[in-house]
Design a protein around this ligand. Structure first.
Ligand code: ADP
Ligand code: MG
Length: 240
């Protein structure tokens, strides 16, 4: 579903991604971890070309992401992106936030989009908040709306960039529960997260980044019980 071949990216003369090779299969759940500044956000932003790369190739569901002939609107319609900051439109209700893209990009009728929106709000367990504004919701509820909004385009891939890092501790699990459910349903997911319990339980594979390098990738069991690289061991000793 996603492949990186010798991917390199620079910000000016700073090389932020170094010879990244990575293949993610349909239905796979991959957790990306590593120290702050190691390139995790950049890596996943490249998947939907929120960031261009300067060398190498990224192919997503058959689309060459950096080919100028690739239709970015269609590519991004296949990819739901959930950020640390929920980024909901403050002047729109919860339901309007969710139905906007399906109406504008997919050309859905308002009726169909609202039905879809309500189904998704049930899925994230807050159908009663449909007509509220984002500011009237808790952080955990806002992030669940952001996930519902991401799902509204019926994406084939969901990307998460530290989706629980801005939340109060008691709200983290309600968001992780939605992500667990998506994983169970077979969604292809790439999640940057420091939630190692989630990683251990849900990930098919864990990737460790350090200074722009993909240092190590392994099954959760191997990753935690038998880390291969000094930098991985050092990182795990600090967070576990
Ligand atoms: P992480 O998500 O692992 O914390 P990032 O991908 O956000 O790391 O950033 C990796 C490195 O690239 C950091 O040193 C960061 O300061 C730098 N960086 C990120 N975005 C930009 C940008 N738009 N311009 C210049 N440098 C950037
Ligand atoms: Mg980041």
């Amino acid at each position: 579903m996603i492949s990186f071949t010798d991917v390199n990216k620079w910000y000016g003369d700073f090389r932020v991604l170094k010879d990244i090779n990575l293949t993610i299969a349909e239905g796979e759940v991959v957790v990306v971890c590593g120290p702050s500044g190691s390139g995790k956000s950049t890596l996943i932003r490249c998947i939907s070309r929120l960031e261009p790369i300067q060398r190498g190739h990224i192919v997503v569901d058959g689309h060459d992401v950096n080919d100028l002939k690739t239709n970015l609107t269609l590519l991004r319609a296949e990819i739901g992106f959930v950020f640390q900051q929920f980024n909901l439109y403050p002047h729109m209700t919860v339901l309007e936030n969710i139905t906007l893209a399906p109406r504008l990009v997919r050309g859905m009728t308002s009726g169909d989009a609202e039905k879809l929106g309500m189904d998704l709000l049930k899925k994230v367990d807050i159908p009663d908040r449909a007509n509220h504004y984002p500011s009237q919701l808790s952080g955990g509820q806002q992030q669940r709306v952001a996930i519902a909004r991401g799902l509204a385009m019926r994406p084939r891939i969901m990307l998460f960039d530290e989706p629980t890092s801005a939340l109060d501790p008691e709200m983290i699990n309600e968001v992780l529960d939605v992500m667990r459910e998506l994983a169970r349903e077979g969604m292809t997911m790439v999640c940057v997260t420091h939630e190692m319990g989630f990683a251990r339980e849900v990930a098919d594979r864990i990737i460790f980044m350090d200074e722009g390098n993909l240092v190590e990738q392994n099954s959760p069991h191997e990753f935690f019980e038998n880390p291969q690289h000094g930098r991985t061991k050092d990182f795990l000793s600090k967070i576990l």
